[in-house]
Design a protein around this ligand. Structure first.
Ligand code: GDP
Ligand code: MG
Length: 424
């Protein structure tokens, strides 16, 4: 999964990116960490406790394992993650994050990085638009004073990104419109959905996106007949409905620490709106990496490791941060990414194993892999994600919890442990 951060300059995209991708040294061993300077890996807590919790309970009940000791640095976790980590059965799983700079008005007409910017967005599975909720300046850089002004400036900022995307999609539609119209003449409505599906697969469209966009469009305009006669505004409206399906935009209302009131409540978005404090998250993760504090991303508090090693200024700064953090209920940085990945994109975590009883891989590692996959993915599709040989040779799968044999079309759900049998 790939989540893109977009927004106008100075809203805090790079700070958000650095904060979210700054992992403790011992979990930064991700193989694709350095593909591109603006692409990084964020580790997020799986929604449910790692299955190593159930495994430990089973082993303890069988008398094959001692209860967890109070000084266990892993707080009971017994899995051996190949990437990420697991402490206290909180399993961290990777997702890609991209800092997409270059949003300027007129991108769809080629201004700034133009279509290069837009195709960067097309590579993402979801977009987070970072906006400046403190609203120090408006879109032209003029200072803003009143909350209402911040509200209207935030509305302008978010509607301006969606307008760029709509125009871009409209342009793509225009390009093939006569061909699309001919298909409708020949094949009726089905011709239109097939045409749109083909036209937008490059932007990640599937048939269900297209059908839902057409549903929304139909409610507004009635039938889909005679597209060759449609006025520009009707084609533009189709672009709007397609964009809503292809690019739901989630909002990080950043700099919430210095905002007056909650101006983000006024934002009209088809995605999640979450207040965030990116620079606090970055400061906390750095202080944690440096051993000054102990902080888990997403947490509403942290503890100071050794107060005697800090000077009075540091102690004051930390206690003021602590107050802001707890009254805001966390910085929102990791929370928003989790909400996007697990709620909006509807993904779950599934654990493939080679041994359905011991929950180990072929080399004896306990629950080494945690796959982030769409909820309800079929076992055979999961097999392909693990390895193409496993998919090609798929015979059957075994649910590691019930030990029942399941077929290729069995739908996996969150926290499943699955053994796949394949011809070798
Ligand atoms: N008060 C406050 N400032 C922030 C926050 N996040 C970022 N900033 C500041 O905003 C400025 C611009 O941040 P940057 O990440 O470079 O923005 P970008 O241009 O969107 O990448 C920097 O001075 C950051 O320290 C935040 O949550 N609160
Ligand atoms: Mg930047």
């Amino acid at each position: 999964m790939r989540i893109g951060l977009v927004g106008k300059p100075n809203v805090g995209k790079s700070t958000y990116f650095s904060a979210a991708t700054l992992a403790k040294v011992d979990i930064a061993n991700y193989p694709f960490c350095t593909i591109d300077p603006n692409v990084g890996v964020a580790f997020l807590s799986a929604p449910q406790p790692c299955p190593c919790k159930d495994l430990r309970e089973r082993l303890e009940a069988d008398g094959r394992m001692e209860p967890v000791s109070s000084d266990d640095p892993r707080q009971g976790s017994i899995c051996e993650p190949r990437t990420g980590t697991c402490v206290g059965h909180v399993r961290l799983v990777p997702t890609f994050l991209v800092d997409v700079a270059g949003l300027v008005p007129g991108a769809s007409e080629g201004r700034g990085r133009g279509n290069a910017f837009l195709s960067d967005l097309a590579d993402c599975d979801a977009l987070i638009q970072v906006v400046d909720a403190a609203g120090m300046t408006d879109i032209e850089g003029n200072p803003i004073a009143a909350v209402e002004d911040v509200e209207s400036s935030l509305k302008e900022e978010t509607s301006f990104l969606t307008a760029e995307l709509d125009s871009w999609i409209h342009g793509i539609l225009d390009d093939g419109w006569s061909r699309g119209s001919r298909r409708v003449q020949a094949e009726g409505e089905k011709g239109l959905s097939t045409f749109l599906h083909e036209r937008f697969t490059g932007l990640g469209a599937n048939l269900s996106h297209v059908l839902q966009a057409l549903d929304g469009f139909r409610t507004q305009w009635g039938g889909l007949e005679t597209p060759w006669m449609w006025p520009e505004e009707k084609v533009h409206s189709l672009a709007f409905h397609l964009r809503q399906q292809l690019f739901p935009i989630h909002i990080a209302a950043n700099k919430a620490d210095s905002s007056k009131g909650t101006p983000w409540d006024a934002i009209d978005s088809n995605g999640i709106v979450q207040p965030t404090m990116a620079d606090m998250e970055l400061a906390l993760r750095r202080a944690d990496s440096g051993g000054m504090i102990s902080y888990n991303p997403g947490s509403v508090t942290f503890s100071i490791t050794d107060e005697s090693k800090l000077n009075p200024a540091q102690i004051t700064a930390l206690s003021s941060m602590k107050e802001k953090l707890s009254s805001a209920g966390g910085t929102g940085v990791a929370l928003l990414l989790s909400r996007v990945l697990f709620n909006a994109l509807n993904h779950v975590v599934v654990y493939p194993v080679a041994d359905e009883t011991a929950w180990k891989d072929g080399e004896g590692r306990i629950l080494p892999d945690a796959f982030v996959v769409p909820d309800g993915i079929e076992t055979k599709a999961l097999a392909y994600k693990v390895h193409s040989d496993l998919g090609d040779g798929f015979i059957k799968a075994i649910d590691g919890r019930t030990r029942r044999v399941v077929g290729a079309e069995h739908e996996c759900s969150d926290n499943d442990v699955i053994k796949i049998h394949a011809k070798s």
